[in-house]
Design a protein around this ligand. Sequence first.
Ligand code: BG6
Ligand code: MG
Length: 222
Amino acid sequence: MVKAVIFDLDGVITDTAELHFQAWKNLANSISIDFDHEFNEQLKGISRMDSLNKILNHGGAGNNYTGQEKIALATQKNDEYKSLLVNLKPENIYPGIKELLNALKEDSMKIGVASASKNGPAILNYLEITHYFDTIVDPDSVQNGKPAPDIFLKAADQLRVSPEECIGIEDSEAGIEAIKKAGMFAVGVGTGEVMKKAGANLVLVNTSELVWSELTSAVSIR
Ligand code: BG6
Ligand code: MG
């Protein structure tokens, strides 16, 4: 029986995955590294520092920076990212998300956020949907980032439900892997091949397909 739904944020609730991409690409370009959307798939769901390290390795610059310099680069990216976030409004919530949140409330489901982003609470505020969530896991409070299951397990724990009673919704390969390892039903939204490869139980192309009655029937026939 499903008792809770745990959402990833960036790329599931709103299009901040694209803002992360823009800010990282500008930072990378400023140190003569370039990457495209295909490479960017690997950055989704991954922490700020791990993302930076992947970008530096991709550009053959993995050993060119000290720890202090890397912190400065990550800060530069985050400053630009935060300047992009201030334009976020409730209209930027992805299609179907508000309807799903309302349906979950009506059905007395618990609702959580399991995002690797330290900017998560600010984003939910800009979108004016913080009040829907029973818990938001602090990404600093878990030992291992996605694809490890830690953040989804912590969300279930904070919601006082067992993992088998949870549906997790993700747009990243690392995130789907994390949900599956946590023993939850995994819904992948986005590039079908990426989501299927990662092992999603249900793959949807668009968030408008996140209809509560359809999610519950997908879980029941799994
Ligand atoms: C994840 C994003 O949700 O959060 C990643 O998919 C991002 O792209 C990570 O790097 C950390 O976000 P932030 O906002 O703390 O830098
Ligand atoms: Mg995401």
